[in-house]
Structure formats: C-alpha cells, structure tokens
Design a binder for this molecule. Structure first.
Ligand SMILES: Cc1cc2nc3c(=O)[nH]c(=O)nc-3n(C[C@H](O)[C@H](O)[C@H](O)COP(=O)(O)OP(=O)(O)OC[C@H]3O[C@@H](n4cnc5c(N)ncnc54)[C@H](O)[C@@H]3O)c2cc1C
Length: 467
C-alpha cells in the first residue's frame, strides 16, 4: 500500500463533496476568511446544478424568494455570463429557477475561485480519524496517492453523510423494506419548437399536469391555467403518466412506466429543454455495484423517451439530443441522525422556528417505482424553517452536515432534498464552520444559533419575513 502523505495544505475548514450544498458551504466559509479546502470525488464542482434541472425551493409556491445569499450570487454570475432564465411559475405546484447548465459550470468555477476556495477534484475521502466524536483528519485518495488532511472543523456535504457515518454517527437509509426514490439520468433536447409545444397544451390539456396546488391554482380553471402557461411563453410543461398520451404509450410498451415527463427550459438560444423522467427505483446508491448497474437501463430509457417525444409530442419533431447528465442522479440515500429531525408536519404546516438556519418550501415529493409519485403541497404555498440541530450529527462534534443527508423523516426529506434548501443549508454550515474555526474549533454546539443567524442575514440569507 502507498504511504500516507501528510503534506496537505493547511486548512481551517474542510468541506467534503462539491454538490449544491458543498459548493455553498465552501463559498460561505471562504467568504468568512477561513482557509477552505473542498474535496470532490468527481471531475467538476456543482453536482446536480450542472445536469439541466431547475433549482426548486428557492421560491415558495406564492412566488416569494425564500433562499438568498450564495444561491443569489450563483444566479447573478449566470446572469452576467448570459445563462440565466430566472424564476418561472410551473403552473403545476411551484416556482423554480431556470438557467443554462453549461453556463452554470462556468459560474460555479468562477465563484469558487473568486472566494479563494481551494478545490481538489478526483479526490475521494475514504476514511476519517475520529476520537471521542472529534474528527482529527480525513484520508483522501487521488492520483497523488493517499493523503491525510487535518482540520479543526469539517462540513459533510457528501449527500450520503459519508464523513459523519465514518466518524460514528448513525443514519437511516431510504424507506422501509428497501425503498429508495428512483435514480434518474437527466437529459436535454435542443431544437424544440416552443410555440408548437404550447399549442399542443392549448389543444390537448388532458395530457398535462396543471394546477396541483391551490397556491398555484388560485381558484383558476384548467383553461385559465393553460392560458397562463402560454402567456409565460416558456416550455415549462409536464406530461402526466396517467394522461391519455403517456398512459397509452406506457401500456403499449412504447414508453417505460413513469409518473411524469417534466420539461423545463435551459437555453432559448438552443431551443433547449431538460427532461426529467427516466427512473430505476429501489436501488441503494451507496452500493456501488447496484448504482453502476442502473446506468444501462437509464441510457435505454433516454433513447426510448427521445423516440417517443419526436413521434408523439408536437414541437419535438426535429429536436435532437443535446446533453446527458455526466452522472446518475441520486435522490435518496442516508439521512444522518442529528440533534433535531425535520418532520413532515414541520414541512406541510410551514413551521417557523427561532433556530432556523435556512428555508425550504418544496412540496413533499417522493418519486416511487414505476408511475408512482407522492406530491403534497405546503400549506398556503408557504415555507418552513430548517432547524440548526438537523445539521448536527449525534455523537460527532466538529462536523456539520449540509444537503440531502440532513436529519429528516422520509417525507420531510422528500421536500428538503431539493437544491434551494441544499444551497441554504450549505451556506449555514459553511458560515458556522468558519465561525467555529475562528474561535479555536471543537464542538459546533458551542456556537450561539442567534449569532449564526445574524451572520447569515448579513450575508444575504433569507431567514425571516416570508410566508
Ligand atoms: C434525477 C433528479 C432530479 C431532481 N430534480 C430536482 C429539481 O428539478 N430541482 C431541484 O432543486 N432538485 C432536484 N433534485 C434534488 C437535488 O438535485 C439533490 O437532492 C441535491 O442536488 C443534492 O445536493 P447535495 O449537495 O446534498 O448532494 P449531491 O448532489 O449528491 O452532492 C454530493 C457530492 O459529494 C461527492 N462525494 C460523495 N461522497 C464523497 C466522498 N466520499 N469523497 C469525495 N466526494 C464525495 C459526490 O461526488 C457529489 O458531487 C433532483 C435529484 C435527482 C437525482
């Protein structure tokens, strides 16, 4: 075995994982002046921000912004680079933020560099040295060999809670009986004729999911909603699995079983949309062999769906494949057990709290096997607060979580897992990490949550004053 190298750059804060939560954590920590090292197993920082999907949960269903700070900075950078579409009403359940994922690749890289985050790509954290709940160092494997990296404070934004679990925290994995939300691979099609697609919606609305939350519907008829989608002028439509077009295609074997084909704009210049529809359910993505085996059926589904869109959906006749996500999308693995747990009732009742460090607003959204999907809107189209304790793993002192590995029951996780709250949790964990490192490290619980909240407000985070 190669020797363990110890000559890593000195760091105040080490962030594990460069998905939406990890980049927000690293940017926030570096912005506070902490020497910040961001470790990522993959080839690029940004995670699902780069795969074509829109950011959900940054606005509530009333159209009110509930996430700011680092998220705002990334959107502004996209806008400067000409790749920001902005918030759209999906006229089904939510308002989401659309942008060009190719531009987001540049925006993430530029924002990390501007704040002085040190980034190690292709670097896999495979072990941790922990003593009495205090992590001393992580061990990283990359081309250089095996490196030991010490730091006083860590953020675990691995999606799977890898670091917290290695340090002794407990986690729940998926649902009962081995249920896991499906893996999906996102893909994009360019050359879409948007007026023709919207004309199809006008002529055949029975194929589409519309106005599923009262906050969006606002007493409107289906006809009014169709008109509002058309007036918005964007290809933001949802072919529903139980609508005649898709249901018949599924029954005939022309399409695989799926709840929806979600279509969202990514670039007007390319006439491009992202399609979120492929699915292989009940795979434990922490099992590498199972995760990898899902790639072939997902790739097959991309081809099947493209063929279906070109043949059956007006506006897609001449559309071509323009991008496939560079990784299989993972919705659900571990939820680390923390000091506090976000519950379904917290989410659905839009519960506010004085220890909230960020907000979520997305509906409870649990994709299931085949054509199943649970979608329960938040009361009144509001937002809920994520308690600081949901990021503090029980039994581990100097690591905070950020992102989809937070402590939540399965239904609440179905809401808080989307990228708006992941960015907010990342900013909170990174800011706290820098504050803790600045005061000598140790236990995150030493920090006053009121001081953390105040610092987050100063940095543009939205903590108060929303529904
Ligand atoms: C198909 C799909 C569709 C979705 N649709 C939407 C949508 O439309 N809108 C929305 O807002 N959200 C959506 N979501 C949810 C959302 O994208 C994710 O839940 C969110 O991006 C999770 O971010 P994260 O940073 O917590 O984790 P991840 O994105 O999983 O990032 C974790 C990062 O850590 C790295 N990593 C993991 N372990 C290690 C290790 N040991 N060492 C080094 N690096 C490691 C990984 O490579 C990865 O880059 C969707 C998710 C999927 C899968």
């Amino acid at each position: 075995m190669s020797p363990l190298i110890t000559a890593a750059p000195p760091s105040d804060v080490v962030v594990l994982g460069a998905g939406a939560a990890g980049i927000a954590a690293a940017i926030a920590a570096a912005r506070e002046g902490a020497r910040t090292l961001l470790l990522e197993a993959g080839p690029l920082p940004g995670g699902e921000l780069l795969t074509g999907m829109a950011v959900d949960g940054a606005l509530n269903a009333r159209g009110e912004w509930v996430v700011g700070g680092v998220a705002r900075e990334l959107f502004d950078e996209c806008e400067r680079l000409g790749g920001y579409i902005g918030p759209l009403n999906d006229w089904r359940l939510i308002h989401y933020v659309c942008y060009d994922p190719e531009i987001m690749k540049l925006a993430v890289a530029r924002t990390l560099a501007r704040h002085g985050v040190r980034l190690w790509l292709h670097s896999y954290v495979y072990d941790a040295e922990a003593d009495d709940g205090l992590i001393r160092a992580v061990h990283v494997l990359n081309k250089r060999g095996r490196t030991r990296i010490e730091a006083p404070v860590f953020v675990d934004a691995s999606g799977d809670g890898d670091l917290a679990v290695r340090a002794g925290a407990r986690a729940e994995n998926g649902g009962e009986g081995g249920q896991f939300q499906p893996l999906s691979i996102m893909f994009r099609m360019a050359g879409v004729d948007t007026p023709r697609l919207l004309g199809f919606l006008r002529d055949a609305p029975q194929h589409f999911a519309l106005g599923e939350s009262e906050a969006i519907r606002g007493g409107r008829s289906d006809g009014d909603i169709v008109k509002a989608v058309i007036d918005q002028g964007q290809p933001t439509v949802f072919l529903k699995g139980d609508g005649p077009l898709l249901a018949e295609a599924i029954a005939a074997g022309e399409m695989y079983p799926t709840a929806l084909i979600m279509i969202q704009p990514t670039s007007a210049a390319r006439g491009e949309v992202c399609l979120n529809t492929t699915r292989v359910a009940n795979i434990d993505a922490t099992r590498t062999e199972q995760l990898s085996a899902a790639l072939a059926p997902l790739a097959e589904q991309v081809e099947t769906c493209m063929r279906f869109m070109r043949r059956r959906v007006p506006g897609f006749e001449s559309a071509t494949l323009s991008g496939v996500a560079p990784r299989i999308g993972i919705r659900e693995t571990r939820r680390v057990v923390c000091d506090a747990t976000l519950t379904e009732q917290d989410v659905l009742r839009a519960r506010k709290r004085d220890d909230g460090i960020g907000k979520g607003s997305h509906h409870v959204d649990i994709h299931q096997d085949g054509a199943g999907q649970i979608r329960i809107p938040v009361d009144g189209g509001g937002s809920y607060d994520i308690p600081w304790g949901c990021l503090l793993p029980r039994g581990v002192r100097n690591v905070a979580l950020a992102g989809r590995c937070l402590s939540a029951d399965r239904a609440a996780h179905g809401s808080a897992r989307v990228m708006g709250p992941c960015l907010a949790m990342g900013q909170a964990a990174g800011t706290a990490a820098a504050m803790l490192a600045d005061s000598g490290g140790g236990d995150y619980r030493r920090l006053e949550v009121s001081a953390l909240r105040e610092r987050l407000r100063q940095r543009g985070a939205i903590l108060d004053g929303t529904y």
